[in-house]
Design a protein around this ligand. Structure first.
Ligand SMILES: Cc1ncc(COP(=O)(O)O)c(C=O)c1O
Length: 460
C-alpha cells in the first residue's frame, strides 16, 4: 500500500534518522537536508508524495528524467517477467530485450545506427569519447586525433572525463587539474552572448570561435565535437536554428566526428524524439540516458552511425572490436523496461504532447514578464528556462540567495522547480522539465506559484 493515503510521522522520523546517520548524499549540503527533508515514498503522474502525506508537483521530472511520469505499474510487471525469464547475462552474448531496444532506437534515429549499452549519461558520453578516439586510431593510423571540442557552461556528466568536457567551472574546481584533452569554446547562450552580439547580425560568432579553436589546436589532433543541442544545465539555452547545421558543416570540413548529447534532450523532451532532429543534422555519436527508461531502471547508451560502427569490424587478429566493456551494459531487465517505456511514448504520442504542452507552459510563463525580474523565458517542448534579473537592461542576475528563496517558496507551496547549474556566474535561471504527461491545469499551477514567488522578491 502506498503512503499516499497512510502518512505515518513515526516511520518518517525513523527514516530521517537512519538516513542522516548513514547516507552521503550527492551535491546537497547535509545541513540543508537536516533543516528540510523530503522523504519520497510514493509518486504518480507528475506528483511525488512525502511520507507525511504532502504532495509535490514535480516540475523537474526527478532529475530531468521521468518522461512518461511516475507510477506506471506495467513497467514493474515487465521487469518482474523479464527477471523470471533471464535476470542477467553479459552483453558479450545477445539477449532478446537488448536486441529489440537497439532496433527501436535505430528506428527512432531514422536508421543507420548501432547501439552500445551502458548505465548512465556520464558513461554514455565517456564511451562516446573512447569510441571517437578508437575510430580515429583505426582510420588515421599513426596520427593522434584525440581531442574533444566542447562548450563553456555545458554539462556532460560526473566522471573525470565528462566533467572535463563540461564547462561549469564551479563543478570542476575541486577536481582540477584536468587532462587538457577537452578544448572549450563559446556557447550559443544568446541571452548572454559571450561576444556581446545579437542574432542574426552576430553571424554566429560562436561557430567562428569553434573553427578558430579547431584550427588553433590543429584539426589533425581533434577527434570530435560534443554538443548538447539545447544546453540544459546553463538554464536551457536554445541556439538559433542554423547553429547545429553550421557545427555539423565544420565537423565534415575537418573530418571530425559530431557527438550529440541527448541525455536530457532525448526521448520526446523537446517535442521530437531527439532534439538534433529539429535541426536536420546526422550525428556520428549520440549519447542517450534518462528518458530512455524514464528512470524506471538505470540504463543508457552510446549510439553510433554505421560509418563509425563499420570501423570496428574486422578479423579478430586485427583487434578492431570495441575496446571497452561494462558489467551491466545491455542488462535484459533494464532493456525490457526501456523498450516498454518507449512503446508507451509512442502509443501516447508523448513527443507531440511535449510540443503542445510546452508551448502552453511557455505562453503562461511569458505572462509573468509583467514582473520585471523575468528577463527571459525560453525553451523547446517541455524543457524550459526562466531567467531572473535585477534589471532587464543590464541583465544583472538576481542573487544566489534570491534564487534559493524562489525555489524554496515553490517547494513550500507544493511545487518543485529546478535552477540552473550555471557557470561560475550564472545560476539565475529557474528550470522546468516536468513529466511529458503533465496536464494544463498542473502547468497553470506552476505558473501561478512562480508568479507568487517572484512577487515576494525585492530587487530594488
Ligand atoms: C546533458 C547531460 N549529459 C550527461 C549527463 C550525465 O548523466 P548521468 O547523471 O546519468 O551520468 C547529464 C546529467 O544530468 C546531463 O544533463
Amino acid at each position: 500500500m502506498s503512503l499516499l493515503n497512510s502518512p505515518d510521522p513515526a516511520v518518517r522520523e525513523a527514516v530521517v534518522r537512519q538516513d542522516l546517520g548513514n547516507v552521503l548524499h550527492p551535491i546537497v549540503q547535509h545541513r540543508a537536508l537536516e533543516a528540510k527533508q523530503i522523504v519520497v515514498t510514493y509518486a504518480e503522474g507528475s506528483t511525488i508524495v512525502d511520507a507525511d502525506g504532502t504532495p509535490y508537483l514535480d516540475g523537474m521530472a526527478g532529475l530531468w528524467c521521468v518522461n512518461i511520469g511516475y507510477g506506471r505499474t506495467e513497467l514493474a510487471e515487465v521487469a518482474a517477467e523479464q527477471m523470471r525469464q533471464l535476470s542477467y547475462f553479459p552483453h558479450t552474448a545477445m539477449n532478446v530485450p537488448a536486441a529489440a531496444l537497439a532496433e527501436k532506437i535505430n528506428l527512432h534515429m531514422g536508421g543507420g545506427y548501432h547501439t552500445y549499452f551502458v548505465n548512465s549519461g556520464s558513461e554514455a558520453n565517456e564511451a562516446g569519447f573512447k569510441i571517437a578516439r578508437q575510430y580515429m586510431k583505426h582510420e588515421y593510423p599513426g596520427e593522434y586525433r584525440f581531442k574533444t571540442i566542447s562548450r563553456y557552461y555545458a554539462y556532460h556528466g560526473t566522471t573525470l572525463a565528462t566533467l572535463d568536457a563540461g564547462g561549469m567551472g564551479e563543478r570542476k574546481a575541486k577536481f582540477e587539474p584536468f587532462s587538457g584533452d577537452f578544448v572549450h569554446v563559446a556557447p550559443p547562450y544568446c541571452y548572454r552572448c559571450p561576444f556581446g552580439l545579437s542574432y542574426p547580425s552576430c553571424g554566429l560568432a560562436c561557430v567562428k570561435n569553434m573553427e578558430t579553436a579547431i584550427l588553433g589546436e590543429g584539426p589533425e589532433t581533434v577527434a570530435e565535437v560534443i554538443i548538447e543541442p539545447i544546453m540544459s544545465g546553463v538554464g536551457v539555452a536554445v541556439p538559433p536554428d542554423e547553429y547545429l547545421p553550421k557545427v555539423e558543416s565544420l565537423c565534415r570540413k575537418y573530418g571530425i566526428l559530431l557527438h550529440i548529447d541527448e541525455v536530457i534532450n532525448g526521448f520526446g523532451r523537446t517535442g521530437k524524439m531527439f532534439a538534433h532532429q529539429h535541426y536536420g543534422v546526422s550525428p556520428d555519436i549520440i549519447a542517450v540516458a534518462k528518458g530512455i527508461s524514464s528512470a524506471y531502471l538505470p540504463i543508457a547508451a552510446t549510439v553510433v552511425k554505421n560509418s563509425v560502427f563499420d570501423s570496428f569490424l574486422g578479423e579478430a587478429a586485427e583487434n578492431r572490436q570495441v575496446a571497452q566493456v561494462n558489467t551491466y551494459g545491455g542488462h535484459p531487465v533494464a532493456a525490457a523496461v526501456a523498450l516498454r517505456n518507449i512503446e508507451i511514448m509512442e502509443a501516447e504520442k508523448l513527443a507531440d504532447r511535449a510540443a503542445t504542452t510546452g508551448a502552453y507552459l511557455i505562453d503562461g510563463l511569458r505572462g509573468l514578464m509583467s514582473n520585471k525580474i523575468v528577463g527571459d523565458v525560453r525553451g523547446k517542448g517541455l524543457l524550459i528556462g526562466v531567467e531572473l534579473v535585477k534589471d532587464r537592461t543590464t541583465r544583472e542576475p538576481i542573487s544566489a540567495a534570491q534564487m534559493t528563496s524562489v525555489v524554496d517558496f515553490c517547494r513550500d507551496h507544493g511545487v518543485i522547480v529546478g535552477r540552473a547549474g550555471g557557470g561560475r556566474r550564472y545560476g539565475n535561471t529557474i528550470t522546468l522539465c516536468p513529466p511529458l504527461v503533465i496536464t494544463h491545469a498542473e502547468c497553470d499551477r506552476i505558473v501561478e506559484t512562480l508568479g507568487q514567488a517572484f512577487a515576494t522578491l525585492d530587487v530594488g
